[in-house]
Write a protein that binds this ligand. Structure first.
Ligand SMILES: CC(C)(COP(=O)(O)OP(=O)(O)OC[C@H]1O[C@@H](n2cnc3c(N)ncnc32)[C@H](O)[C@@H]1OP(=O)(O)O)[C@@H](O)C(=O)NCCC(=O)NCCS
Length: 147
């Protein structure tokens, strides 16, 4: 794999992040949603950069000892190269240092790729959130991990 570096998400990254977001989700986040993440004092963001191009990103919110994975995506052309693994490992390691003891996330019931990815890290299904998603309407699986 080409060298991949992780760094905090900056405002100038948002156009490239949005392009990946729109390729990855049926109901993508807006530009404003990413600006809001960057500006939250309790948000953790990273982008994965390969050959000066953004290949993926993660956004996590830490409230007390609970870390909520808000968003994670990798460009379709860069998947299955370990980039999401790098991003999630960094979030787990860095947020543990700042007090996180519990990680959780919602994922579409039908998103088997992401569910398998998280299961590989030890996340387990803790319940369903009915009709959590729109476009299309779908339940969310709630996945949790104690660290
Ligand atoms: C889920 C996602 C972030 C994974 O990114 P990635 O960089 O391809 O993941 P990795 O290469 O680090 O994969 C690590 C492991 O996760 C599992 N995995 C990843 N993608 C998978 C897939 N499509 N099907 C089955 N397992 C998969 C595998 O065990 C994989 O290990 P392997 O490649 O050695 O078999 C990516 O598919 C994506 O951006 N999907 C669209 C957005 C999304 O669903 N985000 C999560 C919302 S909660």
């Amino acid at each position: 794999m080409d060298e991949v570096e992780l760094r905090e998400m900056l405002p100038e990254d948002i156009p490239a992040v949005l392009a990946i977001e729109r390729l990855s989700f049926s109901a993508p986040w807006s530009e404003a949603a990413f600006f809001s993440e960057i500006n939250k004092p309790y948000a953790f963001t990273r982008v994965a950069v390969s050959e000066d191009t953004i290949a993926g990103y993660i956004c996590v919110n830490l409230v007390l000892d609970e870390a909520h994975i808000m968003n994670l995506a990798v460009h379709p052309g860069s998947r299955r190269r370990g980039i999401a693994t790098m991003l999630l490992k960094e979030a787990l390691n860095e947020l543990k240092k700042t007090g996180a003891a519990f990680f959780y996330l919602e994922v579409r019931l039908s998103n088997l790729a992401a569910r398998q990815f998280y299961e590989g890290f030890g996340f387990r299904v803790a319940g369903l959130r009915k009709n959590y998603y729109q476009s299309p309407d779908e339940d969310a699986v709630l996945m949790t991990l104690g660290i």
